[in-house]
Design a protein around this ligand. Structure first.
Ligand SMILES: NC(=O)C1=CN([C@@H]2O[C@H](COP(=O)(O)OP(=O)(O)OC[C@H]3O[C@@H](n4cnc5c(N)ncnc54)[C@H](O)[C@@H]3O)[C@@H](O)[C@H]2O)C=CC1
Ligand SMILES: CC(C)c1ccc(C(=O)O)c(O)c1O
Length: 253
């Protein structure tokens, strides 16, 4: 697929990895539909994409709400007349051990609300956006790809029952959709990043960061543009589908 003039939707496009992807795809001439909960962040991201001379539009939408997602993708198709790709990137963390025993007392450390919040955004949100993107791609006869952002945590990370389950789920969905959607010329892939340098890691103490990087064979965190490059590679290579690309500096949990 040629990115120049293609229309790509990115959830969680207002900041972090989503914004880095948006700016990188804009530099390759793609037209962007950025989806997020935060209107101000969205406007900043849209303005940054427009600097590259491409069309970009903001869509305030909660990816967990079916009606909201349906309206958003219908609007994107109406605004752009086509849809060639989706990056299912919006995600949240609510970490905690499942249970902890201390002084003879067993405490449930991960409450159902934390489990459900992460499943709602990181798994159900990916399903809803994937379904609506596919619907509009088929309706507008647009070939392209759907990319789910997973994580190395999909292998099972301590303190992340909710997050690991969701990230394993979205990796599996990429394979399901690759098989179901190939007949419509739609591919599907997942990317599993390791630790990537973001505002969150920038606020960590130097000592904690050094300890973290010491455990990564590459001895550094990944950069947001390295995930963005992988996104562009997937869109541009028409024979990659149904697999997970790990971008983690060789780190294993
Ligand atoms: N930063 C890292 O080291 C890694 C990140 N990831 C994944 O990459 C993705 C992006 O991560 P970051 O950029 O670090 O996160 P971030 O927290 O900086 O950005 C996430 C964006 O998603 C949006 N969002 C959250 N809930 C939403 C909802 N219900 N509806 C619409 N938008 C919503 C937020 O407003 C925010 O703009 C996530 O899926 C995350 O799990 C995976 C592995 C490592
Ligand atoms: C456990 C993995 C590498 C990880 C680390 C940090 C974040 C984040 O800040 O959002 C993640 O989403 C992760 O998957």
């Amino acid at each position: 697929m040629i990115l120049q003039d293609s229309v790509i939707a990115i959830t969680g496009g207002g900041q972090g990895l989503g914004r880095a992807m948006a700016e990188f795809l804009a530099s390759k001439g793609a037209r962007l539909a950025l989806i997020d909960l935060m209107p101000e962040k969205l406007e900043e991201a849209v303005a940054a994409c427009k600097v590259a001379g491409v069309e970009a539009k903001a869509y305030v939408c909660n990816v967990t709400k079916e009606e909201d997602v349906e309206k958003t993708f219908a609007q994107i198709a109406e605004d752009f007349g086509q849809l060639n790709g989706l990056v299912n990137n919006a995600g949240i963390l609510r970490d905690g051990l499942m249970v902890k025993a201390k002084d003879g007392e067993i405490v449930k450390r991960m409450e159902l609300a934390s489990w459900q919040a992460v499943i709602d955004v990181n798994l159900t949100g990916v399903f809803l956006c994937g379904r609506e993107a596919a619907t509009q791609m088929i309706k507008t006869n647009s070939r392209g790809a759907i990319i789910n952002i997973s994580s190395i945590a999909r292998a099972g990370n301590m303190g992340q029952s909710n997050y690991s389950a969701a990230k394993a789920g979205v990796a599996a969905l990429a394979t399901v959709w690759a098989k179901e959607l190939a007949r419509y010329n739609i591919r599907s892939m997942a990317i599993a990043p390791g630790f990537i340098e973001t505002d969150m890691t920038a606020s960590m103490k130097q000592e904690a960061l050094e300890k973290l990087c010491a455990g990564i064979p590459a001895k550094r965190m990944g950069q947001p543009y390295e995930i963005a490059q992988t996104v562009a590679f997937i869109f541009e290579n028409d024979y990659v589908s149904g697999r997970v690309i790990e971008v983690d500096g060789a780190m294993r949990l």
